[in-house]
Design a binder for this molecule. Structure first.
Ligand code: HPA
Length: 279
């Protein structure tokens, strides 16, 4: 497995003059963030050894490396999900590859259903913690000790300091940003109203089908992680409407401006405070 990660990383390295310090995972409808990245090199997943192409509409499937405020970032535009039938090892392969390229920070985004009744479509929410109800953990199997420990700590998986910085940035730009616990489910069917009621009782504010495997892999790698969800719909049973992926994408695209500001300005602050450097 380590050989596969190294082989993906070596291919990417051969295309770059600067290694990324920040990784970004762009979820459904948020792929247009790549427009914010300057001097970019686009590497289709198809060209990268051991990268899988996503089958979901709205996920384009390319690694984009370029600059945000002069900092080299690598954005995974399009991700694969456990419900597509890929093994967990494949799901986390791109994040592990970015880890191998030397990123220190990982920003993840996703489209989520709002369980908390104070959340509305279009809201942006920083994830403070998660509940993994996929029934799977991507670290099951032989531990690759070169990547991280057998039993990684998850108590600060969504880095508190980074979350506080994101909230400061959002406040400074008058962007309404909420906080919540994300519950990941396997999908691909959306949840039933009874399941949503159960998830609320368990303490979940958001529900979705991604992010958690990558966050576990990132915690294993020792990366500082932040995740911002875009609430694209009320979770099942909260309103009378039916859920569909087209609406999910449209709402996420509308929330893009606030999201882009939060992400780019946070990167700028990390640079200003010396946590990452130019290029
Ligand atoms: N449930 C699960 N995943 C989702 C949802 C939802 O309501 N909205 C966007 N992704």
């Amino acid at each position: 497995m380590l050989e596969k990660i190294k082989s993906s990383a070596d291919y990417i390295k051969s295309k770059l003059s600067h290694m990324p310090q920040v990784g970004i995972v762009l979820g459904s409808g948020l792929g247009i963030y790549v427009d914010e990245i300057k001097n970019k090199i686009i590497i289709p997943y198809d060209d990268i050894p051991f990268f899988k192409k996503t089958s979901v509409e709205g996920h384009s499937g390319a690694l984009i490396v370029g600059e945000v405020y002069g900092v080299t970032v690598a954005a995974l535009s399009g991700r694969i999900h456990p419900y597509e039938g890929y093994p967990m090892e494949e799901i986390i392969h791109p994040v592990r590859t970015l880890g191998c390229l030397g990123i220190k920070f990982l920003f993840l985004t996703n489209a989520s259903g709002g369980i908390n009744t104070h959340f509305h479509p279009g809201d942006l929410v920083t994830i403070s913690d998660h509940i993994n109800l996929t029934g799977k953990n991507p670290l099951v199997g032989h531990n690759i000790s070169e990547l991280g420990p057998r039993f990684p700590d998850m108590s600060n998986a969504y880095d508190k300091e980074l979350r506080e910085l994101i909230h400061e940035v959002a406040g400074h730009h008058q962007i309404n940003l909420k906080t919540g616990v994300y519950c990941s489910v396997l999908g691909p069917s959306y949840e039933t109203p009874a399941e949503i009621k159960m998830l609320r009782t368990l303490g979940a504010d958001l529900v979705g089908m991604s992010t958690v495997p990558e966050v576990i892999a990132a915690a294993h790698l020792g990366l500082k992680v932040a995740a911002v969800a875009c609430v694209t719909n009320y979770a099942a049973g909260i309103k009378e409407e039916k859920l569909n992926h087209g609406d999910v994408k449209k709402v996420a695209e509308k929330a893009m401006i606030g999201f882009a500001t939060i992400l780019s300005e946070t990167i700028s602050e990390l640079k200003r405070t010396g946590k990452i450097h130019e290029k």
